[in-house]
Design a protein around this ligand. Structure first.
Ligand code: DHB
Ligand code: FE
Length: 284
């Protein structure tokens, strides 16, 4: 049977991708940030999964305002890194896992979540930057990836509670796939940031650290936080954090298992306009 063995949580700032691609990781501004992912890259090589289920948000790249799916699962065999205005990032193509993705779509839709099926999609920094942070600059990504896009860009956005419940449904779907696969689930985006309006530049370290504490120890309580609290406390783009609840909801303790082990925790300000947060949790 397939099994979710770990969850990874990380911010996805586009400037991080540019710093990597342009060889700036050792510059004073970036050094401390990339140092925080050294453990993670080592952990990825020691714990390479068979598949990553990567929860991210598209930033009006693949989906414009013409069409806005709340939850979209990638069922394609391959995904091309998107051109976000400066040419595509020089990163590998993303290989998909159509069989597992189709199974998860079937199971999760039958568990009453409406997913959009996506057979063709270019993937933006929301997906490629987390892969770069966790895997460095390889010629090929270490395993297939199932992209799972969540609308946190155009209101109305899904609630934390719905995301958390969806995570549970995804875990159930993975556990019923009839092949011996080691699956990681990643929740990406966040932490506090606001890119526009009078509060542009907002960072809330207290909120972010409390969010990390509660994501680890009180995820069901955290799931009840209404979206307006994200916006007030973490800024308009802080709402990206609801995606972390999908990954957290898929961990075993939410469905009666033991609490996960915290393998790594990192927090750093600033990275562009964003506070960067990062966690690795392992199921026992
Ligand atoms: C920044 C952060 C984001 O999450 C994003 O999608 C775009 C830009 C930033 O901090 O610059
Ligand atoms: Fe973003």
């Amino acid at each position: 049977m397939a099994r979710i063995t770990a969850s990874v949580f990380t911010s996805h700032v586009p400037a991080i991708g540019a710093a990597l691609d342009l060889g700036k990781t050792q510059e004073p501004y970036w050094q401390a940030l990339f140092a925080g992912y050294e453990y993670s890259k080592e952990w990825m090589t020691q714990n390479t999964p068979d598949v990553i289920f990567l929860v991210f948000n598209d930033h009006a790249t693949a989906f414009s305002l013409d069409m806005i799916p709340t939850f979209a699962i990638g069922t394609a065999a391959q995904y091309t890194p998107a051109d976000e205005g400066w040419g595509p990032r020089p990163v590998p193509m993303v290989q998909g896992h159509p069989e597992l993705a189709a199974h998860i779509a079937q199971s999760v839709i039958q568990q009453d979540f409406d997913l959009t099926i996506v057979n063709k999609m270019d993937v933006d920094h929301g997906l490629t930057v987390p892969l770069s942070l966790m895997c460095g600059q390889p010629h090929a990504w270490p395993c297939p990836v199932i992209p799972f896009a969540v609308n946190v860009v155009q209101y109305p956005v899904p609630s934390g509670q719905r995301c958390f419940n969806l995570g549970k449904a995804i875990a159930k779907a993975v556990n019923s796939f009839d092949a011996d696969l080691n699956v990681h689930i990643w929740g990406t985006g966040g932490m506090s940031h606001q890119l526009q309006g009078p509060r542009a530049g907002l960072i809330n370290k207290e909120f972010d650290n409390a969010f990390l504490d509660r994501l680890i120890a009180d995820p069901a309580g955290l799931a009840q936080m209404p979206h307006i609290d994200y916006v007030r406390e973490a800024g308009s783009e802080g709402i990206e954090l609801v995606m972390w609840l999908i990954a957290r909801g898929a961990m075993s303790d939410i469905s009666g298992g033991a609490a996960p082990q915290v393998k790594h925790r990192f927090y750093h300000v600033p990275a562009s306009n964003t506070a960067v947060g990062h966690l690795i949790l392992e199921n026992i």
